[in-house]
Write a protein that binds this ligand. Sequence first.
Ligand SMILES: [Zn+2]
Ligand SMILES: [Zn+2]
Length: 302
Amino acid sequence: MRIGAHVSSAGGPHLVFERAWAIGAEAVQLFIGAPQQWKLPTLTDEQVDRFNRVRVASGMPVFFHGVYLMNFGSQDPAILEKSQASLLAYHRYAGRMGIVGTIFHVGSHLGAGFDGAMVERIAGLLSAVLEDDASNPALLILENNAGQGNCIGGRFGELGAIVRAMGSPPRVGICLDTCHAYAMGYDIATPAGLDATLEEFDRELGLKRLVAVHANDTKLPIGTFRDRHENIGDGHLGFDGFRTLICHPAFADVPFLLEVPGVNGGGPDAENVQRLKLLRSEAGLDSPGLPPLDDIRRAAES
Ligand SMILES: [Zn+2]
Ligand SMILES: [Zn+2]
């Protein structure tokens, strides 16, 4: 099992590997544009090549996170068009950059309700992104949310309805955010609660679609429908909760990606990586190890 983190791509996407290495992360999530803007990412061929060289040298699996503005549940055609264009742009770069897939939030139905027509429309928009290029191996990765407001996909059944309406294609994965799941009322902090949660996940989505975990503790108790990430062990999931998660065989090959505030408020940091690694080693699980930093730096220069 790999312990990874969301890392800044400021200054160039190839820099994420050195930054990940510096905090001990073994897998990476990044944005390739400003997450609060519609502006489509524009990377040069040189940037893509350089990223690929360093990615290979690092041995790290990499995930994109899509922009936050996307909303596939909107009734506004302009928003739907922009959402689809943004996801498609990320998906195309994902294919060229050896990215596992783009993790994104489906959005909110804004009060319109999550009915059959809504499911069909979302499925159609997402399917068109996949159909853009059947040879693009990257996944579209839907993330569960905290159930706040009218958000779609807090319950696995909602995500399952969308995936089934798409025809259950193999290039769709799921990212399970631990903070969001707990906010939604899934008691993943206890062995019995986690088993029940994963049974529901398996029934609605199939465990084989689980390709990433957003490993975040939460500032709030279970079932509060609010999305407030906390550092590992300092929140309501706590060290016992993360021990339960790490020990569960369903996560054996699923990277844990931190999106925590950080002990100094600067985002995922060495301390949070270390906390998860400690639980992993207590559980007797293997560490993939990291290549020497010089290998990563040399690949960036070559
Ligand atoms: Zn997340
Ligand atoms: Zn969140």
